[in-house]
Design a protein around this ligand. Structure first.
Ligand code: PLP
Length: 404
């Protein structure tokens, strides 16, 4: 997507040559025009509260339930299993804190988003080391499940993301679910499918999961809405108490407009997936190959071990020796290219990425790493612009001695 800035009006429209190339879709992607259009009435005159008793309230409830059905179908759970939340963070917290049976501990991979990692730590659980590509290997998980059993600890939930937000690496969920079924047969399986949902068929990928987290702003819905989808028979204890909405699993008046926008965006992502994925994968491959060829010493962070790795089609993650990520981001921004260090964090401060650390990426390499992520509306001119600008910026930065 190239334009003055990522706005709803330019989302999906033909790019105009020039100013801004947005390559940070994994952080947040523009709202799809059809999602915005569907939301607008629910932000205006269609203001009924879905918990009310009159016609306008019933209409809001119907809109919410229609949206619930879309999320249910996309995640492969019954509609009653869908709990709307304020986003992926809340869905992850709700899964870990609200679904793991009391008296048990949760486990997760070491490369989870902090929404899972911190929730697992808070619940007294631990993370399991990953391999050099950031994959949780079933044998590593089985080992930790054995250790827990030997220590008399019951593992109540294991959380493994469908795909990583920094590298795009897809986890071997089916094999991990088998390891969990063998080593902790009563444990629930949760997957954070926040990054995967735009690109992969979540119902298939997460078929072995009991709980799935989604966030709308990663697939063209608005920020501030997401869902936790739970399979039949999986109880979710509310972490927010109040009016008992969402079948007592998440109190608070629902974000009807958000849910409507989420559902329309999700439906569009699913309908267009095959075409968009092929297009974006080709763009991503051209971008990655072009940068690796044009920047001396550049390394594909995920492929540096040499193994073929299953990844999302939209992410390029590179280590650029002799460069500081923060300086590169600033320089690229001056040239109109928006990229990311890794996960964006609230403070905007760049800290060492726990994902790269867990993958064993040496600190000096990680300090010069960058994520470029494409989205549903990325174009060939985005790639051209990045290919023209990034090598030049790296060269410029390498002329100045590092401050490390
Ligand atoms: N999980 C993953 C994998 C993410 O990438 C993100 C956001 O970056 C989240 C959870 C949090 O989602 P939200 O921004 O909707 O709270």
């Amino acid at each position: 997507m190239t334009g003055d800035r990522p706005s709803s009006s330019d989302a999906g429209s033909a790019p105009s040559a020039g100013a801004v190339t947005y390559l940070d879709h994994a952080a947040s992607t523009p709202v799809r025009p059809e999602a915005l259009e569907a939301m607008l009435p629910w932000l205006g005159v269609r203001c009924g509260n879905p918990s009310g008793a009159h016609r306008m309230a019933r209409e809001a409830r119907t809109a919410l339930d229609d949206a619930r059905e879309v999320v249910a179908e996309a995640t492969g759970v019954p509609p009653g299993g869908v709990v709307f939340t304020s986003g992926g963070t809340e869905a992850d917290n709700l899964a870990v804190a609200g679904a793991a049976p009391p008296g048990t501990i949760p486990l997760c991979s070491a490369v989870e988003h902090h929404a899972v990692l911190h929730a697992v730590e808070r619940a007294g659980g631990r993370s399991v080391p990953v391999d050099g590509a950031g994959r949780l290997q079933p044998s590593a998980l089985a080992g930790v499940l054995e250790e827990a059993a030997a220590a008399g600890l019951e593992v109540g939930l294991v959380s493994v993301m469908a795909a990583n937000n920094e590298t795009g690496v897809v986890q071997p969920l089916a094999a991990l679910a088998t390891a969990i079924a063998d080593g902790a047969p009563r444990a629930l399986v949760h997957t954070d499918a926040v990054q995967a949902a735009n690109w992969l068929d979540v119902a298939t990928v997460a078929v072995a999961a009991d709980l799935v987290s989604l966030s709308a702003h990663k697939f063209g819905g608005p920020k501030g809405i997401g869902a936790l989808a739970a399979r039949d028979g999986v109880a979710v204890r509310s972490q927010i108490v109040g009016g008992g909405q969402e079948r007592n699993r998440r109190s608070g008046t629902q974000n009807v407009a958000g849910a409507v926008g989420m559902a329309v965006a999700l439906r569009a992502a699913i309908d267009e997936r095959e075409v968009v994925t092929a297009r974006v994968r080709a763009l991503r491959d051209r971008l990655a190959a072009g940068l690796l060829a044009a920047v001396p010493g550049a390394l594909d962070t995920v492929a540096r071990g040499g193994d073929p790795v299953d990844r999302l089609p939209n992410v390029v993650h590179l280590c650029l020796p002799g460069v500081e990520t923060e300086a590169l981001i600033v320089l690229l921004e001056q040239d109109g290219v928006m990229v990311s260090a890794a996960a964006s964090c609230a403070s905007g401060a760049l800290e060492a990425s726990h994902v790269l650390t867990a993958m064993g990426v040496p600190a000096d390499l990680a300090a010069g790493s960058v994520r470029l992520s494409l989205g549903w509306c990325s174009t060939s001119s985005d790639v051209d612009h990045a290919l023209a600008v990034v090598p030049r910026a790296v060269e410029q930065l390498r002329r100045v001695p590092l401050r490390r």
